[in-house]
Design a protein around this ligand. Structure first.
Ligand SMILES: Cc1ncc(COP(=O)(O)O)c(C=O)c1O
Length: 416
């Protein structure tokens, strides 16, 4: 949990009471509303949510073959394990569970750096590691599209396959086409930090039927799945909705989080296979209740997208004349972003986080280390820079534009 480790260091250096007790914007709020848990529950017996969600995704993506999985990491492991190719090419800066999924699937990983001033690996970086018979994993980190069409074209010239990691990019479009529908297969995530959170879960989109043995994919099991109504997850999500109301977040939730973060966390080294065997992200089958939740959110999806688009343009406008670095290309689908990454060149991130905290801003960071082994980090300077510098601004529909503008202006103040 990188945010925890970063704040442990921040809290060691802050001598005064770190968090002013006032309304504070949470780094994330769920798009799902409490009343939708009830609607979804009632719809369970009346409709067939899994079937309906599959049909809905078929119509959104224009693809026939859509499979559900316990999580995106499980989906990636499943896709990779059913393919004979040995080598997988991954961005050196992405979600670490992707690396673990590739290892679980028995693959050999080759990394590519991210592009300069970007958080994604583009066709230029993938071109350096393209060799016949490899699997490429183009990734749209935080919902920011990479040049996936160019990566797919490159892959075709060398008989490589592409699995598009659109975990964080549900609904985002590039050249009018949904992300996740470019690669030979695409994956999207319904984990709780994503745009359509349903505790966990993922969809696999097959874009090229010839590239996969669909029967094998349908029946393949990394572990035996359990299908249970996610009761405790629902209770936690209802509580999370309450705990992230800014008034409560600043006065109660964040002080509790900071108290926890101020104690050193010593993660126990665990065998990868053992950890996966005990993880709901690999074990819990995608339940009809989760499908019903996603269907409920999809009814409001255009409104959600409109709000995200507004927030992104506010951030862009306010940050544009500052010396804060933003990573959003000019011509993208702004409504498809999951977070708004920024960095303060020439400044220590820890110093920014601690100054922010004293002003009542709790800023999120993620993926604080590049994925290659430490002795190889020097080969991936851009990934390393991104891992050490990127800070994420929140993007969720419950964040009102006025509050986002205030937040962005405070962030600009931090850069002086
Ligand atoms: C780019 C990317 N890939 C994969 C994942 C894993 O998704 P899941 O949590 O559904 O396994 C994430 C999650 O944060 C992600 O951001």
């Amino acid at each position: 949990m990188p945010t925890r480790e970063a704040y442990f260091e921040v809290l060691q250096s802050v001598k005064v009471r770190p968090c002013p007790r006032r309304s504070i914007i949470a780094p994330n709020r769920l798009e799902i509303r409490n009343e939708e848990f009830l609607t979804a529950f009632l719809n369970l017996s009346l409709s067939r949510p899994l079937l309906k969600l599959r049909e809905k995704l078929q119509s959104i993506t224009g693809r026939e073959n859509i499979f559900f999985a316990p999580s995106c990491r499980a989906a990636l492991a499943q896709l990779l394990a059913t393919l004979p190719q040995k080598d997988v090419v991954l961005p050196a800066y992405t979600c670490p569970v992707v690396k673990k999924a590739a290892i679980l699937a028995g693959k050999n990983i080759i990394y590519v750096d991210v592009a300069k001033n970007s958080i994604n690996s583009t066709s230029e970086e993938f071109a350096k590691e393209i060799k016949s018979g490899r699997i490429l994993i183009p990734t749209h980190l935080y919902g920011i599209p990479t040049d996936v069409e160019a990566i797919c074209n490159l892959a075709k010239t060398k008989s490589c396959l592409t699995i598009e990691d659109a975990a964080a990019a549900f609904g985002s479009r590039r050249m009018g086409k949904m992300l996740g529908t470019f690669g030979d297969a695409g994956v999207i995530s319904f984990e709780q930090s994503k745009r359509l959170p349903a505790f966990r879960g993922a969809a696999i989109i097959i874009n090229n039927e010839k590239a996969f043995d669909l029967e094998k994919l349908r029946t393949f099991k990394l572990f035996d799945l359990k299908f249970q109504l996610p009761m405790s997850e629902t209770a936690k999500a209802v509580l999370y909705n309450l705990a992230t109301v800014p008034w409560i977040y600043g006065r109660l939730t964040l002080p509790l989080i900071l108290k926890k973060y101020s104690k050193a966390n010593q993660p126990q080294p665990q065998n990868l296979f053992e950890a996966a065997r005990n993880s709901p992200f690999y074990l819990r089958g995608f339940h009809p209740f989760q499908a019903a939740l996603i269907l409920a959110m999809l009814k409001r999806f255009e409104n959600i997208r409109t709000r995200i688009g507004q927030l992104v343009s506010i951030y862009r406008q306010i940050l544009k004349d500052s010396n804060i670095r933003t990573f959003i290309p000019a011509d993208i689908d702004e409504s498809g972003l999951l977070r708004f990454p920024i960095a303060f060149p020439g400044r220590e991130r820890l110093e920014i986080l601690s100054q922010a905290l004293l002003r009542g801003l709790f800023l999120e960071i993620n993926y604080d280390q590049p994925l290659p082994e430490k002795e190889d980090w020097s080969k991936f300077p851009n990934a390393r820079w991104a891992a050490q510098n990127v800070i994420l601004l929140p993007l969720y529909a419950r964040l009102c534009p006025e509050k986002a503008a205030v937040l962005a202006k405070e962030v600009v103040q931090l850069s002086h």
